[in-house]
Design a protein around this ligand. Structure first.
Ligand code: ATP
Ligand code: MG
Length: 332
């Protein structure tokens, strides 16, 4: 089976007043069908350039100096702008960091989703609006019909990003590129958007490239990650292994940006509160399902509590940096 996306030995430079500046060097990256691959790196490492290359959204001063980018085996570098306009939205779509960039401020949200459906799925206006409502409901918006009537400035950042995500998924594309889709959102909304992404991906089996500067965040949505540094992929592997045993010095630095605590405590949110009543000094209100990723829970972490717990006992020793781990909703 052909991979959803294969980038082979791809290089890109930008023409500037100071001559050509290299942005991507000999990039190899493969996304198998139905998988999400992460691309992480600091600001300026070339992440968005990679996304723009795949979407064929490059600025006029971009110079491609070699390589191939294939969507299900089909060369994208050979497509005309006209052919690309048909592929974008239908076979692949992109979610940007700031939802305002992808939404037209003068057009109702419903119309923006409906337009994509009319164009690529040949629906009538009425069918497209009905379908837009279904698409929006799937993203967890409570009153989708009403939301469709609003203009972008009448929606919150999180709502707008849901509209953009609904649009991206609307035509059931083979590939979606997410370029830091949660950076402009508060941490709680960001988590909801990540959960939404996981949910829609499971429902649709879409393949995705998930871009972020935050390796920890990426680990919530991907199995495999590539680390980009100054336009070069310096490391790739399963996200847990990259996190636990980074081999490239740059990856170590990227992870090192997260402080290394002297001691860890783990906060759990068990499914069966009864089992935890046995723990000394902890009272239970209620539990929540637990699936903390192992790599975020160091082997030697002390377990202290859970969602809604009271009388949890632990202390921060003098001069100590204490790390607290636990999933979203565990009560950290
Ligand atoms: P961030 O995390 O801040 O979004 P990024 O990893 O997405 O960063 P890019 O936006 O891809 O990085 O930029 C990579 C490099 O290419 C940077 O050095 C940037 O200055 C340069 N660059 C990007 N677009 C252009 C352009 N149109 N002309 C010239 N240089 C550019
Ligand atoms: Mg970027």
């Amino acid at each position: 089976e052909k991979p959803a996306l294969s980038i082979i030995d791809y290089s890109l430079s930008y023409k500037t007043a100071n001559g050509l500046i290299s942005a991507l060097k000999n990039i190899d990256l493969t996304i198998p069908k139905g998988k999400t691959v992460g691309l992480v790196g600091e600001s300026g490492s070339g992440k968005s350039s990679m996304a723009w290359s795949v979407m064929r959204y490059l600025p006029p001063n971009a110079v491609e100096t070699g390589g191939a980018i294939r969507l299900a085996g089909e060369e994208l570098l050979d497509q005309t702008p006209f052919q690309m306009a048909d592929i974008r939205g239908r076979r692949m779509s992109m979610v940007f960091q700031d939802p305002s960039t992808s939404l037209n401020p003068t057009i109702r949200l419903g119309e923006q989703i409906a337009e994509v459906l009319m164009r690529h799925r040949g629906l009538t206006k009425a069918q497209a609006w009905a379908e837009a409502e279904v698409a929006l409901a799937r993203t967890g918006i409570t009153r989708p019909k009403e939301m469709l009537q609003r203009f972008p400035h009448e929606a919150s950042g999180g709502e707008k990003q849901r509209v953009v995500i609904a649009t991206a998924f609307a035509c059931e594309p083979e590939l979606i590129i997410f370029d830091e889709p949660t950076t402009a959102l508060d941490i709680l909304t960001a988590r909801q958007i990540l959960d939404l992404f996981n949910q829609l991906r499971d429902e649709t089996n879409v393949s995705a490239l998930y871009i972020s500067h935050d390796l920890g965040l990426v680990s919530r949505v991907v199995d495999e990650v590539s680390v980009l540094h100054k336009g070069v992929i310096v490391e790739r592997g399963l996200v847990g292994e990259v996190f636990a045993k980074p081999s490239a010095p740059y990856t170590k630095q990227l992870i090192g940006a997260v402080p290394n605590p002297d001691r860890w405590i783990g906060v759990d949110a068990p499914t069966d509160p009864k089992t935890l009543i046995k723990l000394d000094g902890i009272g239970v209100h209620y539990g929540a399902p637990s699936k903390i990723q192992k790599m975020f829970w160091p082997e030697d972490a002390e377990k202290v509590g859970f969602w809604g717990a009271k009388d949890v006992n632990f202390e921060v020793r003098k001069g100590e940096l204490l790390g607290v781990v636990g999933e979203s909703g565990s009560g950290k």
